[in-house]
Design a protein around this ligand. Structure first.
Ligand code: SF4
Length: 235
């Protein structure tokens, strides 16, 4: 069984939208949001997937088998799936058969991950794009929990991995550059994204962030879903 987040009405958070962030921003996709996380970012916008002090597990999570999730994904006329969370790689053992089964029918996949868990071979075989988002010190996580060398070394070697950093302030840029140097991340696979849950918050950070991208050869990404729909769940 896989732990899937629920939408506000109680249905599983499996929905059709456009990718709002990163190198495939704008691509129509089916989103599968899995619950639980191994980190606790202070600015996390999906705390309902893991913060059981402030959210009720029974209200927020539904446990579904792979066949039911597959049926729901197939109900959309869209063969590209974004697996997100929470931290979806916590459930990769249960996730792999679902991915294999959908891949056999022509589905393609991206995974949004915090980059702390080394992928299993079955995931490596079928995931066409890894959106790895290592968490910086300003996330509030101790770096020994949020930056795991064997996992980051594995992702750094994958040509299909992109590194998307959530940027809260200009001081974050130095830490990104240090990670780029330590793990030899190609600059054109590093993306800087403003932290923010309103269009105004994104806009305020964008000028200095775009300058930092120009200076270092990084890519800039905004959060298109926030601009289009605000912080609405399930969009
Ligand atoms: S890793 Fe992602 S889901 Fe987990 S707390 Fe941080 S932002 Fe939230």
């Amino acid at each position: 069984m896989l732990k899937v987040s629920r939408r506000p009405g109680g249905e599983p958070e499996i929905f059709h939208s456009i990718q709002g962030e990163g190198v495939s921003m704008g691509v129509p996709s089916v989103f599968l949001r899995l619950a639980t996380c191994n980190l606790s970012c202070r600015w996390c916008d999906t705390k309902y997937t893991w913060d059981w002090q402030n959210f009720d597990y029974q209200t927020e999570v539904v446990e579904l088998d792979a066949a039911e999730i597959k049926r729901r994904i197939q109900a959309f006329n869209c063969s590209h799936v974004v697996i997100t969370g929470g931290e979806p790689m916590l459930q990769q053992a249960e996730l792999t058969p679902l991915v294999e089964s959908l891949a056999a029918e022509g589905f393609t996949f991206e995974v949004e991950t915090n980059g702390t868990i080394v992928p299993l071979p079955g995931m490596l075989q079928h995931i066409g794009q890894w959106n790895v988002s290592p968490k910086l010190r300003t996330s509030g996580n101790p770096s020994e929990q949020s930056q795991i060398p064997p996992a980051l070394e594995t992702f750094a070697k994958l040509p299909e991995a992109y590194f998307k950093f959530v940027m809260t302030g200009e001081s974050d840029v130095d830490e990104v550059c240090a990670l780029r140097d330590r793990y030899e991340l190609p600059a054109d696979r590093v993306l800087l994204m403003p932290e923010g849950r309103t269009p105004d918050a994104l806009e305020k950070k964008s000028p200095w962030l775009s300058e930092a991208c120009l200076k270092n050869g990084f890519r800039f990404t905004t959060r298109l879903h926030i601009i289009l729909w605000g912080d609405e769940r399930g969009r």
